[in-house]
Structure formats: C-alpha cells, structure tokens
Design a binder for this molecule. Structure first.
Ligand code: KG4
Ligand code: ZN
Length: 339
C-alpha cells in the first residue's frame, strides 16, 4: 500500500510516498531556513505563508519522483500536531481536501511519535536491519526532547521530556549568543570539532538519578553568564572552546539519560532521531556507548533525522492498517492529546 505523507508542523514543507510503511519511493523537503535566518528563529506567520506557497509543488514533486499519481495512492497521512498551529493547519487542511476529492482515507499523525519511524525506512530495495520492539526512542530536535518507550508501531509511552528548552533550541540559542547565525546546531557541531571540550566545565543537568526528564535552559544561561563574564575577546579559539564545552555538556546528558531509559525499560534497541541526531559528537558518543553497553543503536541518515514526510507516511501506514481513520469533522479529537 502506498501512503502519501505530508508534514508542515514547523518550518519545513515536506511530502513523501512510502510503500508498506517502509520503502521510500520519494521524499521531498522544502526548507525555510533562509526565510527565518534574518530573525534568528522561526517566525510563525512567515512559516505559514511559506507553507501555503510550497505545499502543492512539494506534494506534486513527491508524486512525480515516485512515478505515481493520486490514483496509485492508498491513503494520506498528515501531521496533526504538535507544532505551530498555523503551519499545521496548512498541511492538515490540504490533506483533508485531497482526501475528500480523491476519495482516499486519511489519518492524523503525531509528529513526535513519527520521528522514530525514520529508523524503519529503506531507500531502494536492499533490506537492512531494523529496530525490534520494545525499544527506546530519543527524539531530539528544535522543538522537542522526548524519550519514548515503544512496544509496537503504534503503541508507546512518554517516559521523559524537557521541562524547558529543547536540545536543539539550546544549540540555536547558544549559537546566536556566539554570533554563529541560525539555525546554529550545525555551526556549533563544526566549530566544536576544533575546540577543547574540557575548557569550560558547564553544568550537567541530570537532576535525580534515574530521572528521565531534561532541562537545558540552565546550560544555556551558564554559557550566557560565561560570555558576559569573560567576553569572547580572546578570539575565534575561545568560540571553538565554548562550542565544544557546551556541546559536551548537552551530549553527556542526552547519552546518560538514554542509557538510564534502556535500563529502566529493559529494552535492547535505541532509536535516536530529530535534527540534533545529526550532531557528530552525539553520534560518536552513542556509537561508543552501544559498543560498550551491548545495546543496538539506530540513527537514521540526517535527511530522515530532521523533519520529513516519509516518517509521517510510515507511522500513518500502521495507523491506517489498524483502522485509525481521521474524519473530516471539525470536532474530531486530535490524536496527540497528552503531549
Ligand atoms: O528535527 P528538526 O529538523 O526540526 C524540528 O525542530 O522539529 O531539528 C532542527 C534542530 C535545530 O535546532 C538545529 O539547530 C538542530 O536540529 N541541529 C543540530 C545539528 N543539525 C541540526 N544540532 C546539533 N548538531 C547538529 N549537527
Ligand atoms: Zn521534528
């Protein structure tokens, strides 16, 4: 069964065609980074306007790259939340309109629940090892830092989440502070490679032993206070050292809590997704931890870590198989209550 997946919850307009929840026939993402860069963060009104411009061309491109038309599609999956309400409305209304006119079933997908499904995606026909349930998923992006315990494709429990800033948000805010532009995660990652991780010992907000929630606003404030106190007068080397030290503090906490989550649930597979899962230091540290700790690690390629339509189509397939159809009613309940 071919599913058309549509994603518009934040600042990427994305669509994909995926077969049987696994085989990616096409995945198209139109990034809005250039639109928001001058403002140092996502401007919701601009994001909505850009989605309106891009939604039709992006979906058309996804269909044409897959070599199919709407007649070949078996169902539509669309992000229903959480995210920016104006942005979500564009994708959701568009999906409902296509579903109505083409007579296709549709299903509303929880964006955070969809992220780990990127680990099941296969491009081309070569089979690969995929995660087994039960598993732990660490979702780290600009909008969320969440630990999920998944016992099936559509069965999950939230076991930890951020109490304040998301990990990516902390990366972006610290990057802004260091004058590195937006989005700043990639810039910190790049500079940190040349910096000394031990130059400044920033706080590691683990909270109590075994606590699976996150809090990154303290680290961000610690960097701010450091910069206020010392300045960046010592030149570019100081920025590299600060980037490396900040990154190490965030990575320590993410890795530490992922290990606690595996221990607490008894799961032996860890999936990591979301934009921050592109971070090279996080990937290295998790790979080392998996080797030493005897768990199986799955981190999708960067194009499926960040927001995309394929992960939405993948989860949507399993929802439709279960009969979780969305309705066109205005008062239909969102599937993402509780987030
Ligand atoms: O998942 P995503 O594309 O969008 C959502 O926020 O849902 O994640 C974007 C976030 C941004 O905060 C960005 O700075 C961060 O992911 N990011 C990174 C890296 N690449 C992207 N953070 C750290 N290191 C990276 N290499
Ligand atoms: Zn996301």
């Amino acid at each position: 069964m071919l599913i058309l997946g549509i994603e518009s919850s934040c600042d990427d307009t994305a669509a994909a065609v995926v077969e049987d929840g696994r085989y990616v026939l096409s995945s198209v993402v139109s990034s809005q980074d250039m639109v928001h860069a001058p403002y140092g963060g996502v401007v919701p009104e601009l994001a909505s306007r850009r989605h309106i411009e891009m939604i039709i061309p992006v979906v058309e491109e996804a269909l044409s790259k897959a070599g199919v038309t709407l007649k070949d599609i078996g169902g539509i999956a669309v992000t229903q939340g959480p995210g920016l309400v104006g942005s979500i409305l564009i994708g959701l209304s568009f999906a409902k309109a296509v579903s109505y006119t083409a007579g296709l079933p549709f299903t509303g997908v929880n964006h955070i629940e969809a992220h780990p499904h990127a680990a099941f995606l296969i491009e081309g026909r070569a089979e690969k090892e995929v995660p087994r349930f039960p598993l732990v998923a660490l979702i780290v992006s600009g909008g969320h830092t969440t630990l999920l315990h998944l016992t099936g494709f559509t069965e999950y429990r939230i076991i930890g989440q951020t109490l304040d800033d998301a990990a990516g948000e902390a990366f972006d805010k610290v990057a802004k502070l260091l004058g590195l532009g937006y989005p700043g995660g990639v810039a910190i990652d790049r500079l940190a490679k040349e910096g000394n991780r031990k130059s400044v010992e920033f706080t590691r907000p683990f909270m109590a032993k075994g606590n699976l929630d996150f809090s990154f606003s303290g680290v961000k404030t610690a960097v701010l206070n450091y910069v206020k106190g010392h300045g960046l007068a010592t030149g570019p080397e100081a920025v590299k050292d600060l980037a490396a030290s900040f990154q190490e503090s965030v990575v320590d906490v993410l890795v530490g809590k992922a290990l606690w989550a595996l221990e607490a649930t008894g799961a032996s597979d860890l999936v990591v997704a979301g934009g921050v899962a592109c971070n090279s230091r996080l990937r290295t540290r998790l790979t080392e931890a998996a080797r030493d700790g005897g768990f199986r690690l799955f981190i999708p390629p960067p194009r499926f870590c960040s927001d995309n339509g394929a992960m939405i189509a993948s989860l949507g397939y399993h929802q439709l198989k279960k009969g979780a159809f969305g309705t066109l009613d205005m008062d239909s309940k969102p599937t993402w209550e509780g987030f």
